[in-house]
Design a protein around this ligand. Structure first.
Ligand code: GMT
Length: 399
């Protein structure tokens, strides 16, 4: 039988996330690692160890979700296997709560597991991340399911005000259902500018200017716009484009780079779990997404002092302040984005100012520990530890 623990006692948390390099798995990994350092026991449940998770840290473990291999279950359902594992781990580890990242299938697993576990079930916190709301949740076929399992959570969080609002409108969640905005965060000790700014091109340097893009190469990332912006810049400057990541759009983008005769100036670097070295060489980070709840990749670039040129959509403006940490333009406006990059590459003073401010915003508005404090407070609250309830409309700290 689970014993209620006091405020200061350590919690037992089942952290459920994707293992891939996407932002939701990164955020889950960073929260779990920080909670482990605080003495909580965190067990990650996923198909593989999350790529960005440091399993050598204190109090962090990994519980693999093995797929059921039975002929009648032709699809080898991950959702069912996950649910079964959540039930098992909740019992063996005496979990206090599940913290699930990305609604589908994770909040479904949490809901079913809790039905099975009954009175002894852990509480559930669901963190929405983006397309779980804007694509899957907005799809009429999935909306009733997503709304139900998200609404059944004991607490819901989202990384931006944009996504919290989208969850109410797309999922049709009642306004009485509070969604706490806890902005994503970045470890600014690890993600830091280069020791010397000479690492970057600069208008007087001899090195080519480096433009960088990191994504999952899904259509909504609009990697074609990245290449088209670069084509403009490459016709005016000695420049290189680093494309980091992999996904369904990559073959099409490789073909486009070839057609534009840019093969020698574009590097396809594939998936990388270590980004700092690449970001420290970068002059401008390109992020022209069709939709974005937050843009963790842009925040990591900012922490390394890289100004961002991005589309003005979703939660990006809550992270990349136009004219401070970079510049925003309408989705698909390649000419405007190329113009912003051109300014940054020709005006060293402007570049240095935005680079400094990008770093400063990452440090002051998106630090790790205050965000983890807020998750921990949410855990205590759902466990009935009597801490005051945070306002669902509280904004990230302004500097
Ligand atoms: O929602 C997704 O498409 C996947 C998700 C992920 O796992 O990468 O990305 C979302 O979550 C990140 C972490 O909170 C955010 O930084 C991304 O902006 C967001 N992606 C989208 O909204 C497209």
């Amino acid at each position: 039988m689970r014993i209620a623990r006091s405020h200061s006692s350590s919690l037992r948390i089942g952290m459920v996330c994707f293992s891939t390099l996407g932002g939701s798995g990164v955020v889950a990994s960073e929260i779990g690692a920080a909670l482990g350092r605080r003495g909580h026991r965190v067990c990650f449940l996923s198909d593989k160890p999350p790529v960005r998770l440091d399993l050598s840290g204190p109090n962090v473990s990994f519980c693999e979700v093995p797929l059921l291999d039975y002929p009648l279950l032709a699809q080898r359902s991950y959702a069912l296997a996950l649910t079964a594992k959540m039930i098992e781990v909740a019992r063996t580890e005496e979990l206090d709560l599940f913290h699930v990242h990305y609604a589908i299938p994770h909040a479904v697993g949490a809901y079913l597991a809790r039905q099975v576990l009954g009175k002894r079930a852990p509480k559930t916190i669901t963190t929405l991340h983006g397309t779980d709301v804007t694509l899957v949740g907005a799809d009429p076929k999935f909306q009733p399911l997503v709304r139900f399992v998200v609404g059944a959570s004991d607490a819901i969080t989202a990384p931006s005000h944009y996504l919290a609002e989208a969850a109410h409108t797309h999922l049709g969640l009642s306004r009485d259902v509070a969604i706490e905005v806890i902005p994503n965060f970045v470890d600014t000790r690890r993600f830091s500018p280069p020791a010397s700014e000479n690492a970057r091109g600069g208008s007087h340097g001899n090195r080519p200017r480096v433009l960088t893009h990191v994504s999952s190469f899904r259509p909504l990332k609009r990697v074609e716009d990245v290449v088209r912006v670069f084509a403009v810049i490459a016709s005016e400057f000695p420049a290189r484009l680093d494309l980091v990541g992999d996904g369904p759009e990559r073959p099409r983008i490789e073909a486009l780079v070839h057609v534009l005769n840019l093969d020698s100036r574009v590097r396809f670097l594939g998936e990388r779990s270590q980004l700092v070295d690449l970001l420290q060489e970068s002059d401008v980070f390109l992020f022209p997404s069709q939709s974005e709840s937050f843009g963790l990749a842009a925040l990591e670039a900012m922490a390394c002092g890289v100004p961002v040129v991005a589309s003005a959509v979703g939660g990006i403006a809550e992270v990349v302040r136009h004219g401070e940490a970079g510049f925003l333009a309408a989705v698909g406006d390649v000419a405007a984005m190329a113009g912003h990059v051109r300014r940054l590459l020709t005006d060293d003073e402007l570049h240095a100012r935005l680079s400094r401010r990008a770093r400063e915003l990452a440090e002051t508005r998106f630090p790790t520990e205050p965000a983890v404090d807020r998750y921990e407070a949410a855990y205590r609250r759902v466990l009935g530890d009597g801490l005051p309830r945070a306002s669902s409309s509280s904004r990230p700290r302004s500097s």
